[in-house]
Design a protein. Structure first.
Length: 113
């Protein structure tokens, strides 16, 4: 799916279908005009990942690139937007399972905790 180009028309249709917002033009400021709020912006990024298989690296996100469909599609078609794989959706715990499950004894903790 990563080989498909993301264009503003497809992105606009995705937003209408899933976020129920209509974008007046590809150059309309989505935030300043009130088309999207911050929560919907996060939802949009998740939709892009689900539908187009693209993930924008957190280091590459600049709010200015998310303001218009034109800028967003430009960003999505650059190397900053990477192919999202199935195992990218969650992060492995860095602690052993027994620590997450509370089985490791802590100093001063009783065995009945």
């Amino acid at each position: 799916m990563s080989s498909q180009t993301v264009d503003s028309t497809r992105l606009r249709a995705l937003m209408l279908r899933h976020l129920h917002v209509e974008v007046p033009s590809a150059d309309a400021d989505l935030l300043e005009s009130g088309v999207l709020d911050s929560l919907q912006l996060v939802d949009l990024l998740l939709l892009i990942e689900e539908h187009f298989g693209r993930r924008i690296a957190i280091e590459a996100i600049d709010l200015e690139d998310l303001r218009t469909l034109s800028r967003l599609t430009q960003l999505l078609n650059t190397p900053a937007a990477t192919e999202a794989s199935a195992h990218d959706t969650g992060h492995a715990a860095t602690e052993p399972d027994e620590r997450r499950d509370g089985l490791t004894a802590h100093p001063g903790a009783s065995s009945s905790d």
